[in-house]
Design a protein around this ligand. Sequence first.
Ligand code: FMN
Length: 275
Amino acid sequence: MLDFRINEQNCIHCGQCVADCTASIISMEQGGYPFIPVEKEARCIACQHCLAICPTASVSIFGLDPANSRSLVGGFPDPDNLEILMKGRRSVRRYKSENLDPELLERLLEVAWHAPTGVNSRQVCFTVLDSKEKVAQLRDEVIAGLAGLVKQNALPQGMEFFANFVQVWEERQTDVIFRGAPHLLIASAPAKVASPMPDCLIALSYFELFAQANGIGTVWNGLAKWAINDLVPETRHLLGISDDHVIGYVMAFGKPAVHYFRTVQHAPALINRPL
Ligand SMILES: Cc1cc2nc3c(=O)[nH]c(=O)nc-3n(C[C@H](O)[C@H](O)[C@H](O)COP(=O)(O)O)c2cc1C
């Protein structure tokens, strides 16, 4: 089932795969090779730590060739650069009216797909609007739905402010909800997995940082989430979001029409150090 294989020529019996196995199911006898007893296979959570940790690239699982992994030799990005990215990323609310290169979009999603998930469930689904025309279609549906609610005086308590967004769209074509972004990403996950909401939020955080590292603007879009999930839920169907999924969050993105020159200066972090 797991197709766990060892390259016996290269294995140095270091035991790292045994020690690092998340489910503690890899065994190795003195002088022997690592193996997973058949009766323990079902406990594997498919994390691939065995493949990742092997210093001699001798472990294969699920038919994967370690040679196809990215090498970590040379290490992670310089911490200072990463700090600049994390502190310098801004919520972008002004966008160029251009679609992203589909290859770049694919790459952003593929990297975001590497975000960790609870028990390695890996069930986050990315619903992506890959063109400004599709976002415009969704926006029109959302505005029409909201306009209907306004007309019937049916906006839920606390959500009455959505009436203003309908008005500024109708009067000036100012898109407060989607910020005029040419793309939208909705992360959803099955309600039944261990941690659907954190899984989605972490995946979107990965997406945001990698997008901004590539010069792409992003904005966490709570207004769009409320609109899609709560106020005009018909749009969930338009978007093909499965009924058994919870929407984790929504992110608008695209080529920015704005450039920031420096970080903002937040007050010191709130830190609680008990005991
Ligand atoms: C959960 C969440 C929801 C947000 N929803 C919206 C939104 O609907 N529209 C918007 O323009 N900005 C939204 N933002 C962006 C915040 O207003 C922004 O992060 C905050 O003002 C700080 O600015 P910065 O991201 O540039 O540092 C959201 C941010 C978060 C984290």
